[in-house]
Design a binder for this molecule. Structure first.
Ligand SMILES: [Zn+2]
Length: 252
């Protein structure tokens, strides 16, 4: 009976391994028209790119697609803006984005502050200008819950949603928003994979352990932010391994 149990368990583990391999090779498909242009990630703060979007950035870099980053603030909440700008450039280099493709805004109406409502129209203007200058065909950003619920993340979503619903984006420009999960799923790391896979999504990106190391190295560039709980985050956050995106639609 014990032998049968062991056999059953090892078969189960082997099947799970094969299943992960299968979806790993399938993941990252569905970027759509992105292959003909460049991609733009819009974030609110330095470190959003590696804390939340590393799987997508690693996957896009693997495809050889030029990726631009527009970070809407310097992350100056604790007066560390100058340090954080440098950390962001280092993190982007690890994730395959050269400094020439990184834009960090320092606008007085877009401070890093959860209590300040950013003006969606102001953000829209910066994003649209970026899309036009760099011939962007794919935009990635937060969804309406902003992953962590930070008001600045959510403001970016509403700015892009307005651009989309008012049909101000170029015709071939696709917008994908990063799915926010509940708090339990957010912190079960790779164990969230079956749930992510089963739930509806447009694009899913997962990282294997070597690629996850790359994501962690990017996070280590943000030395000013590496408090103890960030170290824990690196190991338990699903966003260090998995990104699922929804296509923004006209009826949002
Ligand atoms: Zn943030």
């Amino acid at each position: 009976m014990e032998t049968f149990g062991l056999y059953f368990l090892s078969t189960l583990i082997f099947c799970y391994y094969l299943w992960i391999r299968r979806i790993y090779h399938k993941c990252g498909r569905g970027w759509g028209s992105a292959g003909t242009g460049a991609a733009l990630l819009v974030t609110a703060h330095p470190d959003d790119e590696c804390m939340f979007f590393a799987p997508a950035l690693v996957r896009l870099a693997g495809l050889g697609l030029p990726v631009h980053l527009l970070c809407l603030s310097t992350g100056n909440f604790y007066n560390q803006g100058e340090v954080r700008k440098k950390e962001l450039l280092q993190s982007c280099a690890v994730l395959g984005i050269p400094s020439s493709r990184v834009t960090i805004l320092d606008h007085r109406d877009l401070p890093d502050h959860p209590g300040v409502q950013w003006d969606p129209e102001l953000i829209s203007m910066f994003i649209l200008r970026h899309i036009q200058i760099h011939h962007i065909s794919l935009v990635l950003t937060f969804d309406e819950d902003g992953v962590s619920g930070h008001a600045n993340h959510i403001a970016v979503y509403y700015a892009i949603r307005n651009l989309y619903s008012e049909r101000r984006l170029p015709n071939r420009c696709q917008v994908l928003v990063l799915e926010s999960t509940n708090i339990l799923r957010r912190y079960i790391s790779i164990l969230d994979l079956p749930i992510s896979w089963l739930r509806p999504h447009h694009v899913m990106c997962i990282l294997h352990s070597q690629e996850n190391q790359q994501a962690r190295e990017a996070m280590y560039c943000h030395q000013s932010q590496l408090l103890w709980f960030r170290h824990v985050y690196l190991y338990i956050s699903r966003y260090m391994f998995i990104n699922t995106f929804h296509l923004i639609s006209q009826n949002v």
